[in-house]
Ligand binder design. Sequence first.
Ligand code: PNS
Length: 182
Amino acid sequence: MNDSGGKTVTSPGETHAHVAVYPGSFDPIHLGHVAIVERATKLFPKVIVAVLENSSKGGLFTPDERLEMMNELWADDPAIEVRSFNGLLVNFLRDVGSRIVIRGIRAVSDFEYEFMMALMNRRLYSDAETVFLTPKEEYTYLSSRVIKEVVALGGDVTGLVPEPVRLRLEERYRKATHPPTR
Ligand code: PNS
């Protein structure tokens, strides 16, 4: 069943091994994330990209703005659904009837944090499994943080984020550095 007009097809309490959840902050989404989603759809017929709403990191874009940008990307793909979630990831997994978490690992430096999250999620929900995917080589150095920093300092991120995201980033930072004059 679906509680928000999206495309999820599970009923409460039902678990489908074919539904995978790719959670993150996605502030904003970059092409490394997009490549992981595309890889995940080759393994699972349904991938829910889940944007954390109550992140302690704050954010450049609001969760709604992130959802909007991501919905634009995959509006025509019934295998990919974009949703937001609050609180524990395992509760979201249960709500959507999934037990599979997708995470991307770019380098050894990601491993410790990812390993901790995977084990904690499994402690909270024993059926949960985390599937780690590796990004495309050309995107291994990408992070949302570095993308924002480059744009904030006037650099070009063409080819590193989806084009609508690049435009939104530039608009956001242009507004911040050149507030409208009266
Ligand atoms: O893109 P990020 O910021 O690395 O994603 C982190 C995310 C959203 C996957 C993680 O912070 C998360 O799952 N948060 C929800 C809270 C939770 O379930 N915490 C317990 C697991 S450590």
